[in-house]
Design a protein around this ligand. Sequence first.
Ligand code: 5GP
Ligand code: ZN
Length: 114
Amino acid sequence: TTDCIFCQIADKKIPANIIYEDDLVIAFDDLQPKAPVHKLIIPRQHIATLNDLTPDNSQLIGHMTLVAAQLARELEVDASGYRVLLNCNKDGGQVVFHIHMHLLGGRSLTWPPG
Ligand code: 5GP
Ligand code: ZN
């Protein structure tokens, strides 16, 4: 949608350091990285939250996960380890309402998250 910052990144209307893209998804550096590796993987399609996923999106979300794992290999955090997650709504800490998978790595991540 036109007022969505991640749709605008996907449409190249606002800049981002894009590290991967294909027909379904685009991946780029998080603007305020929380770890040495902090990438976001988003669908080109605007889906506001995880609650809005439907069975039609099964292949899409699976693809996002595979892209995250591939990027982890390319960024050489696959062996040391990493975290892939989606935040949903207020308690989940979601601030951008276009689903995005965080790929975090390059340091020891604490568990549970805050
Ligand atoms: P959320 O809290 O919604 O799961 O995560 C949103 C993420 O998007 C945050 O980590 C934030 O730093 C990142 N972000 C917000 N606006 C922009 C932007 O304009 N460009 C990029 N590259 N990242 C952004
Ligand atoms: Zn969007």
